[in-house]
Design a binder for this molecule. Structure first.
Ligand code: S3P
Length: 165
């Protein structure tokens, strides 16, 4: 298999799992958010602040197309990456895709402490809960097209590695 792509909501643990999985698979790890930041020369927060979310989604889609050409790698996508244009179709076609699935409550617990890095998340707790609930419902149909769906609360990297090998 040439590449593994991890999808799921912000806070699902895609980057953490991606790094460990790449180590086990002895291949390169690519974090799409970092790839975008390198390409733009700006943090995602600054990019969205300066150019808006729509421009970010365009750049994100172009970067996704780039990384899907790289062989032998594990890619962690951003929470919104699979949900724009035909991105999820591209992911399914060009990788073994894994959806890290977590409940709204688990995502909330994680994201309440990780707001700083994520410019699109609302500040107060009530709005954050609504944001997760609303967007997870919208995004779930995209994520769910993955080849493998994994419960994200207590990830066992070795188990996932064995499942895909
Ligand atoms: C986003 C998630 C972020 C990042 C951007 C937008 C989203 O990635 O791509 O802030 O729309 O859910 P993570 O899932 O790595 O936090």
């Amino acid at each position: 298999m040439e590449r593994v792509v991890l999808v799921g909501f912000a806070g699902a643990g895609k980057s953490t799992l991606g790094k460990s999985l790449a180590k086990l698979m002895d291949c390169q790890f690519i974090d799409l958010d970092r790839y975008i930041e390198d390409k733009a020369g700006l943090s995602i927060g600054d990019f969205i602040f300066q150019f808006g979310e729509q421009s970010f989604r365009k750049l994100e889609y172009a970067c996704l197309q780039d990384v899907l050409k790289i062989k032998d790698c594990v890619i962690a996508t951003g929470g919104g990456s699979p949900c724009y244009e035909d991105a999820m179709q591209l992911i399914v076609k060009n990788s073994l895709s894994i959806y890290l699935r977590l409940s709204v409550a688990s995502l909330f617990d994680r994201l309440i402490h990780a707001k700083k890095k994520r410019p699109l998340l609302p500040d107060n707790e009530e709005d954050l809960k609504k944001y997760i609930d609303f967007n997870l419902k919208k995004r779930e149909p995209f994520y769910s097209r993955s080849s493998l769906i994994v419960k994200g609360e207590n990830i066992n990297v070795k188990q996932i590695f064995d499942q895909i090998n």
